[in-house]
Design a protein around this ligand. Structure first.
Ligand code: NAD
Ligand code: IPM
Ligand code: MN
Length: 347
């Protein structure tokens, strides 16, 4: 029997219960299929940082490299560890080290979930550049603590990086509804964003079958609320994609519904699957985190591993759950109730 080795990184706050729920569902679907999942849990988190002084051991990346995939909950507990330390110590280095340059985030309404928009008719696939751009980490501060203090955070966009994420988007558009929206802010940022627009135009010539449009990020934010049905694949830089996908989560009913996949398309290293949301410190003690985003991310993991039937079965079970009203209203049901309902509906 085929066995996949999965690294589990529950992380902080609600990351823990939602990862547990996703893992239960994944195990159940594996049991009913012809493959097995072998999980190894790593306690890397802000708690781990407090005990050891690091978010993961020095050889953490090398440890993760031998797994077929990584399932992550959420990282960050800002009351105790600054986000600039925790995220740069665990989540962001994994995305970068494993060249998980395509962060795929689907936004559509699950059956039975009401979003805040007038129209329920949208199915947007956000593809976020995940390894460079505004998240390059280049910069610094000078004259610290003085009236002349300056802080610089430099965005780095490489031709290789921009080309590969746009190409990934074009390929996705080809197998979806044939439309690609490229998002920049080239009216204000004249180096990086003009560069991105140029590469979009160059690639558009290679994909005459894909209808391409470029939007400014501000206009795209409005469009996602006013007319999301006009969108198919949306490709954006690291920061813009981050912001747009919380907006995407909002239009699909909340952060508890938004799944994501950090993909290494070359398969030269493991890909990582995680909900879009964070550790949700405001609700972490209440037991009401919605595990659907994490379970959906687990389905994306199975699809990536080639277990598409099992992935589809999870999606059917999720939608049967929300259709029955369970987990459909943020904050109403317990994490375990929703997870149990999904488990019961696995065909
Ligand atoms: P957040 O996503 O944790 O929470 C935003 C809002 O969404 C909160 O009101 C929260 O209660 C709600 N929410 C989140 N997940 C939910 C779920 N599963 N079910 C129901 N409601 C949910 O964002 P934040 O508050 O800005 O960040 C908290 C911490 O998480 C910070 O340390 C931040 O840096 C980190 N973070 C980590 C990731 C990640 O690991 N991928 C993502 C985002 C934020
Ligand atoms: C996400 C998160 C992260 C990001 C943070 C926690 C660094 O918001 O996965 O969307 O911005 O990538
Ligand atoms: Mn985010």
């Amino acid at each position: 029997m085929k066995t996949y080795s999965i690294a589990l990184l529950p992380g902080d706050g609600v990351g823990k219960p939602v990862t547990e729920a996703a893992w239960d569902v994944l195990q159940a679907v594996a049991k009913a299929s012809d493959f097995a999942l072998e999980g190894t849990t790593f306690p890397w988190s802000c708690e781990f940082y407090k005990q050891t002084g690091a978010m993961m051991p020095a050889d953490g990346i090398e440890t993760l490299r031998r797994f077929d995939a990584i399932l992550l909950g959420a990282v960050g507990w800002p009351a105790e560890v600054p986000d600039s330390v925790s995220l740069h110590g665990l989540l962001l280095p994994i995305r970068k080290a494993f060249a998980q340059y395509a962060n795929i985030r689907p936004h559509r309404l699950l059956t039975g979930v009401s979003g805040p928009l007038k129209s329920d008719d949208f199915d947007v696939l956000c593809i976020r550049e995940n390894t460079e751009g505004e998240y390059s980490g280049a910069g610094g501060r000078v004259h610290q603590g003085t009236a002349d203090e300056v802080a610089i955070e430099t965005s780095i966009f490489t031709r290789k990086g921009v080309e590969r994420i746009l190409r990934f988007g074009f390929e996705q558009a080809r197998v979806r509804r044939g439309k690609l929206a490229s998002v920049t802010k080239s009216n204000a940022q004249k180096h990086t964003m003009v560069f991105w627009d140029e590469i979009t135009r160059e690639l558009a010539a290679e994909y005459p079958d894909v209808e391409v449009a470029s939007y400014h990020i501000d206009a795209m934010a409005a469009r996602m609320v006013m007319a999301p049905e006009t969108l198919d694949v949306v490709v954006a830089s690291n920061l813009f994609g981050d912001i747009l996908t919380d907006l995407g989560a909002a239009i699909q009913g909340g952060l508890g519904f938004a799944a994501s996949a950090n993909i290494n398309p070359d398969r030269s290293a493991p890909s990582m699957f995680e909900p879009v949301h964070g550790s949700a410190p405001d609700i972490a003690h209440l037991g009401i985190a919605n595990p659907i985003a994490a379970i959906w991310s687990g389905a994306m993991m199975l699809a990536h591993l080639g277990e598409s039937d099992a992935a589809a079965r999870i999606m059917v079970a999720i939608e049967a759950t929300t259709k029955a009203g369970i987990g459909a209203i943020p904050g109403r049901d317990k994490t375990e109730t929703i997870a149990k309902a999904v488990l019961e509906r696995l065909l």
